[in-house]
Design a protein around this ligand. Structure first.
Ligand SMILES: [Zn+2]
Length: 141
């Protein structure tokens, strides 16, 4: 089963925290994405999860309201999805991280590039670039 939208991922995360009624999931999704998800999106997904054995329906309280509960398999499934997601995010961040050529601190996003001995090197700030440029290259070629 594939999690093809943020709404589905979020619904799973809500269930991984505690059992919820269908309408609670819809309400919390609305808060998270800023618009009301349609019941026609949420309930078929919950049913798919039930068909896969990831979610079961528990009945709680006097009014016998249905609560969706993540099963052991469902918890494993959710954990795997979150692990994969965090790997993707790590990789995205790692591809944008460079180390300062002077103080070797991590630079997120745009580094400050300067030429040192004719080669372009990344720095965290212009002071590091200046220190590396003037300090090391002075007197040596
Ligand atoms: Zn630096």
């Amino acid at each position: 089963m594939k999690i093809t939208s943020f709404s589905r991922l979020y619904a799973l995360m809500l269930l991984s925290k505690s059992p919820r009624h269908g309408y609670e999931i819809i309400k919390e999704l609305e808060g998270a994405i800023g618009k009301k998800p349609s019941a026609a999106d949420v309930y078929p997904f919950l049913k798919d999860l039930m068909d896969q054995g990831y979610v079961e329906v528990g009945r709680t309280g006097k009014r016998e309201m249905k609560k969706y509960v993540l099963t052991g398999e469902g918890k494993k499934f959710t954990k795997k999805i979150l692990e994969n997601l965090s790997k993707i995010i790590d990789a995205m961040i790692a591809s944008k991280v460079t180390s300062c050529a002077h103080c070797s601190c991590k630079v997120y996003g745009d580094a400050y590039y300067a030429s040192v001995k004719g080669r372009k090197a990344p720095f965290c700030c212009r002071y590091c670039a200046g220190a590396a440029g003037s300090g090391r290259s002075e007197g040596s070629l």
